[in-house]
Ligand binder design. Structure first.
Ligand code: OAD
Length: 234
């Protein structure tokens, strides 16, 4: 099956859709696994309402979890996508992750649907911060991370559909495909005649709908594919 997938990737016009599962091997927890963030913090933490009403509690989470992201290194999955783009096979990456690792790996066309944890800004005066010491700005406004909470619109949706319209293949990696709108992108690409590849440790709701499904560690998958391309172009 891996050979078939590689052949399809070599045909080009690939778009990748990634989620938290591609960064777990970089030491960043995902959301819905046994050791995921929801077990530790609960679902409500990621709603805008909660943030607005309990910024003190949200900042406790930020102070504990965000430094892990800042220190994390990209892994073979991020590297694979950066290289496929460099080689001209991949048009871009749509990620639900806020960890900045696609950028660190050198990907250029990255759409960060849920924002990026390395930037903060004041909701009132829009002053930008890197990592604020206090969560209240000098103007009195609340400083928030530049991430999308539940209940808020995602980023760059027009760019997403421009990219998906060009995709002949959607390569889905490390996401449970449970969160809208990313969960709709596989259907969108398939309905337009595209090929759907899903690489994820656990089943997803679109496994039956996909052309290829690999239930495996996504970094193992990426290592194998990367090895093939590196040998090919040596
Ligand atoms: P989830 O935690 O829902 O799903 C991660 C998926 O990756 C799970 O199905 C895991 O089985 C799989 N996984 C974990 N490690 C893996 C590995 N090494 N190899 C292969 N698969 C692995 O995370 P997302 O789908 O990214 O949004 O979650 C989507 C959104 O839900 C997040 O962006 C976040 C969250 O609420 C917001 O906060 C707005």
């Amino acid at each position: 099956m891996l050979e078939d997938i590689i052949e399809i990737l070599e045909e080009g016009n690939v778009v990748a859709l990634t989620g938290a599962g591609i960064s777990t091997s970089s030491g960043i927890p995902d959301f819905r696994s046994e050791d995921g963030l929801y077990k530790e913090y609960g679902y409500e933490l990621f709603s805008y309402e909660f943030f607005k009403n309990h910024p003190d509690i949200f900042y406790e989470y930020i102070k504990k979890e965000f430094p892990k992201m800042y220190k994390a290194n990209y892994n073979m999955s991020h590297k694979l996508l950066a290289e496929l783009e460099e080689m001209g096979y991949l048009l871009g990456v749509i990620t639900q992750n806020i960890d900045d690792l696609h950028n660190k790996a050198g990907s250029r066309n990255v759409i960060e649907l849920h924002g990026n944890a390395t930037h903060f800004y004041c909701e009132e005066c829009e002053r930008k911060y890197s990592f604020p010491k206090e969560y209240i700005c000098s103007c009195g406004g609340l400083i928030r991370p530049d991430i999308v909470f539940f209940g808020e619109p995602v980023n760059d949706i027009d760019r997403v559909f421009e990219l998906l319209d060009k995709a002949e293949t959607l390569l889905v990696m490390g996401t449970s495909l449970q969160v809208y709108p990313a969960s709709n992108f596989p259907v969108y690409v398939k309905e337009r005649g595209g090929i759907l590849i899903i690489v994820n440790r656990e089943e997803t709701q679109y496994d039956n709908f996909a052309d290829f499904v690999l239930h495996m560690n996504v970094e193992e998958f990426s290592k194998k594919v990367l090895k093939y391309f590196e040998e090919e172009f040596d």
